[in-house]
Design a binder for this molecule. Structure first.
Ligand code: XMP
Length: 520
């Protein structure tokens, strides 16, 4: 499906491999302007820049101080489109226009730095008056201004922290305005978009709903669509959108893997069927999944088994319906951004994520991915405008392999039951105490060891339940949530008193990195 041929007021972000490039796109969209991320290679091949009113060059791990470095096609500087370089982007602009960049240990800055104003510029209006705290992450520094550029701001360790060529409308900043650690960084983007690029605010997620429904109708025509419904926000929003477009010609398949949260499967089915009239087929495959997971403790093996089984079950189910031409998927924008580091190497694989991406080739179905241009929080705005119940729309993310990767070691029906009970108490307590919405993702897990305890006057030898709660913006990085002591005390008691099989509760206090959000 083709989206947005018509979008004119948009911003192009060229990604040099920074961990936070996606945040640039989000900040721009939050300000009401559509933005797209592409690789430098794609930028090189791109012929038509007419639809873009602004270009942003991201940060990245590369260095312009070596002979070979990643660059941008020179033609972008001849288009009269305003350009903002961030971190590596600033260094690249400086290099191209004759400045000097040094790899300097004494000039490197990581973390908080204080920015001071040298000269006024539209870029720093209401952003920098005298002094400001910004977030830095660089080793190289620009030490000599490029030709026809002026210095706008500096820090103690880098004299050229913001530079501009006001005639050509090219700007560069050494710090990262896209991260929340930079105080009011959004104002800098606001200035770039509206004062410098003179873009009009046109992007609004809610207004995309009707367009998406129209496009689905147009693509599907009289055919039928099948969709794997997990009950998470992404697949639910996809199903509601398609249901609005083609009603009963959408067949939703819900596979019960037996690895979902307590009552989750029943609840989701009831709500989505009764409230929205979705055409849902239930498949109970829990014993099949548990049978195949017997004595498997390797995380990657578990992931593969669950992923492959899911595809098998779904495929078998879909064969029961004739004239299905489309498969709907809840692919999001972050899933399709090419994530290559600027050295050209693919980022190393940490875990094999479970999704239904393997399906269409085998099943010979065309794909419908109506959410592929949206971030998760934008999907939630869409969900809200479709009337999706809060319990689903604002549900924490839940991994495809479910409790299978939260029961460390062997997955048995007994351990699933123990974990479901503990997790249910934890999540309900978060909701009751008004903490659920402050946390990006929370869950309970079962560790593969038993420890000794004492209950009443007797010795116990039971499982350890681990609790995790993190704050995050997109799951790429995360901080553990600091609970008040009373909550920790209370939840530990409640789990041990109510769940037979657990005699110890621990709280995970690692961030990501170095850990990941899930344990496996
Ligand atoms: P990690 O553990 O990699 O998780 O820090 C980041 C986010 O991804 C979720 N996750 C998954 N989601 N299929 C999914 O749809 C998967 O296989 C999968 N594994 C992890 C995880 O819950 C967190 O939100």
């Amino acid at each position: 499906m083709q989206f947005h041929k018509d979008k004119k007021d948009k911003v192009l972000i060229i990604d040099f491999g920074s961990q936070v490039t996606k945040l640039i796109a989000r900040r721009v969209r939050e300000l009401g302007v559509y933005s797209e991320i592409i690789t430098p290679e794609k930028a090189d091949r791109l012929k038509n820049y007419n639809n873009f009113k602004g270009l942003i060059l991201s940060g990245g791990p590369s260095t312009v101080t070596k002979k070979k470095f990643q660059s941008v096609p020179k033609k972008i500087f001849e288009k009269k489109i305003p350009i903002l370089g961030i971190c590596y982007g600033l260094q690249l602009i400086s290099k191209i226009f004759g400045g000097k960049i040094k790899p300097s240990k004494s000039r490197r800055e990581f973390g908080r730095a204080f920015l001071f104003k040298k000269k006024s510029s539209p870029l720093i209006k209401n952003f920098l008056n005298t002094k400001k705290s910004v977030w830095m992450s660089h080793e190289d520094a620009v030490v000599k201004l490029p030709k026809n550029f002026k210095a706008i701001a500096f820090t103690k360790d880098s004299k050229l922290t913001i530079i501009e060529n006001s005639k050509k409308k090219i700007y560069g900043v050494q710090f990262h305005p896209e991260v929340t650690h930079t105080d009011n960084g959004k104002q800098l983007f606001r200035n770039f978009l509206f004062l410098i690029c003179k873009i009009k605010k046109k992007w609004n997620v809610k207004s995309q709903k009707e367009r998406l429904i129209k496009e689905i109708k147009h693509s599907v025509k009289k055919d039928r669509v099948i969709c794997a419904l997990s009950g998470g926000v992404d697949s639910s929003v996809v199903a509601l959108l398609i249901n609005k477009a083609i009603k009963k010609r959408l067949i939703c398949v819900m596979v019960n893997t037996g690895l979902m949260r307590k009552n989750e499967f029943k609840y989701t089915y009831k709500v989505l069927k009764k409230k929205y009239g979705l055409n849902i087929k239930l498949v109970n495959a829990s014993s099949l999944f548990l049978k195949n997971l017997k004595n498997v403790s390797n995380p990657e093996k578990k992931r593969k088994i669950i992923g492959n089984l899911f595809i098998k079950v779904f495929e078998k189910e879909s064969k029961k319906y004739e004239d299905i031409k489309f498969l709907a998927q809840g692919t999001l924008y972050p899933d399709i951004i090419e994530s290559k580091s600027s050295t050209g190497s693919k980022s190393s694989k940490i875990k094999s994520h479970h999704n239904v991406g393997g399906l269409p080739k085998k099943m010979n179905l065309k794909l419908i991915e109506p959410l592929k241009e949206f971030f998760k929080d934008e999907v939630r705005i869409l969900g809200k405008s479709l009337g999706l119940v809060k319990n689903i729309n604002f549900k924490h993310p839940f991994p495809g392999p479910g409790l299978g990767i939260r029961i460390i070691g062997n997955v048995t029906p007994e351990r699933v039951k123990i974990l479901q009970e503990a997790d249910n108490i934890y999540i309900n307590e978060l909701i009751n105490k008004g903490l659920y919405n402050k946390i990006w993702q929370a869950y309970a897990a079962l560790l593969p060891i038993k420890t000794v305890g004492v209950m009443g006057d007797s010795r116990t030898y039971e499982n350890i339940c681990l609790l995790r709660a993190v704050t995050s913006e997109d799951g790429m990085t995360a901080d553990y949530y600091s609970f008040p002591k009373e909550f920790i005390d209370e939840i530990s008691n409640k789990i041990i008193n109510n769940v037979k099989g657990i005699n110890r509760v621990v709280y995970d206090i690692t961030s990501k990195p170095p850990s990941t959000i899930e344990l496996e």
